[in-house]
Design a binder for this molecule. Structure first.
Ligand code: AMP
Ligand code: ZN
Length: 114
């Protein structure tokens, strides 16, 4: 997608602080961190939102969670724990329309709403 911010980051047109990359997935530090560790994990395939996932994407989504675990280990937060958030759509508070998983860690995350 030409006008997608995260597709531009994947292409390297916009710089990012990468922490993980393979052929299907990219992870980079959030520009406005909400916790000491705040990493965005995204598929390189442009999927706009969680609601747009197709059956063919199921393996990819499963792999994203494995990658999140790997990153948590690399970042040294495996033992203490972390939170994964996916905002979906307007009511979910999604601002960037390229599917992304927020990995938050490094402090006690107290603001649970569920
Ligand atoms: P969401 O509100 O779930 O769509 O999250 C979008 C996230 O993207 C926010 O946490 C932003 O801080 C983050 N963000 C926006 N632009 C950039 C960028 N250029 N590099 C890294 N993170 C970004
Ligand atoms: Zn995109």
């Amino acid at each position: 997608m030409n006008d997608c911010l995260f597709c531009k980051i994947i292409k390297g047109d916009i710089p990012s602080d990468k922490v993980y990359e393979d052929e299907e997935i990219l992870a980079f530090k959030d520009i406005n961190p909400a916790a000491p560790i705040h990493i965005l994990v995204i598929p390189k395939k442009h999927i706009s939102s969680l609601i747009d996932i197709e059956p063919e994407d199921e393996m990819l989504i499963g792999k994203i969670y494995s990658v999140i675990n790997k990153i948590a280990e690399q970042q040294g937060v495996k033992e203490k724990g972390y939170r994964v958030i996916v905002n979906c759509g307007e009511d979910g508070g999604q601002e960037v329309m390229h599917l992304h998983f927020h990995l938050l860690a490094g402090r006690k995350l107290g603001e649970k709403i569920i």
